[in-house]
Design a protein around this ligand. Structure first.
Ligand code: DC
Length: 234
């Protein structure tokens, strides 16, 4: 992996930057699971950028910061006491992995993600994850804004019904209550907000490999992405 992947990586500050695979797509498209498994397969680092928006939203809700208080939210994002311990995500030392998956936290995350100063602060945090031997990053703007020089950009999507069913199953399996029609409505609202916002809207990078997973298994999606990575890197 390393030699050929390095050849494709950009040069930053005079040193070769670690290669990046950017996987963007709408909420519940399966990009988190796919990105994590691609990283595992390649032995690369993994970044769930949505988790950073979710942690910021959770911290704001807990601190009573209004979701339209741009100054307060930006200050919070710049000083976010977030850390990672293996697969666990900690806020102020407390494991918040399950809390940040709640529907209201996702919705708040999507609202604060429209604020430029929040995106800027979290962008700095995200770029810090770019380390050798490589990074697989998932989100909305990994290939378009945060890592525009990514070696491979994937846009992973699925029909909104399929995504609502997948998210419903995921929540039930985690022991949360969930209602399919309200999830479907919330996904549609979130898609509209993420796609229509002025800053870093959800869209496929021009050169992205577009994968519609509606009729595909996770293994098939994984195979498609890893195959493309190997094809490019010989
Ligand atoms: O991927 P997710 O559902 O965990 O993301 C939660 C919200 O965070 C999403 O609605 C929009 C925002 N987000 C973003 O604006 N940019 C990213 N790179 C990742 C997430």
């Amino acid at each position: 992996m390393t030699g050929s992947a390095a050849a494709g990586a950009g040069i930053r500050n005079g040193a070769a930057a670690a290669p990046v695979i950017a996987i963007d797509g709408p909420t519940a498209s399966g990009k988190g699971e796919i990105a994590r498994r691609v990283a595992q397969l390649l032995g690369w680092h993994y970044l769930d950028s949505g988790a950073l928006y979710r942690v910021t939203a959770l911290a704001a809700l807990r601190a009573g910061i209004a979701l339209d208080d741009e100054g307060g939210l930006a200050a919070l994002a710049r000083e976010l006491p977030v850390s990672f311990a293996g697969e666990r995500i900690l806020l102020g030392g407390q494991d918040v992995g399950d809390h940040i998956r709640r529907q209201e936290v996702g919705s708040a995350a999507s609202q604060i993600a429209t604020i430029g100063a929040v995106r800027e602060a979290l962008g700095v945090l995200q770029r810090g994850f770019r380390r050798w031997p490589g990074l697989v990053a998932d989100g909305r703007d990994m290939g378009t804004v945060v890592f525009p020089d990514a070696d491979l950009k994937v846009f992973l999507t699925a029909s909104v019904d399929c995504r609502a069913r997948r998210r419903h199953k995921q929540l039930i399996e985690k022991g949360f209550s969930a209602n399919l029609p309200s999830l479907l409505q919330e996904l549609c609202e979130r898609d509209a907000r993420d796609t229509n916002r002025a800053l870093a809207p959800l869209r496929s990078a021009q050169e992205a490999l577009v994968v519609d997973s509606t009729q595909m298994t996770i293994e098939e999606v994984l195979e498609r992405i890893v195959q493309e990575h190997r094809r490019r890197n010989g």
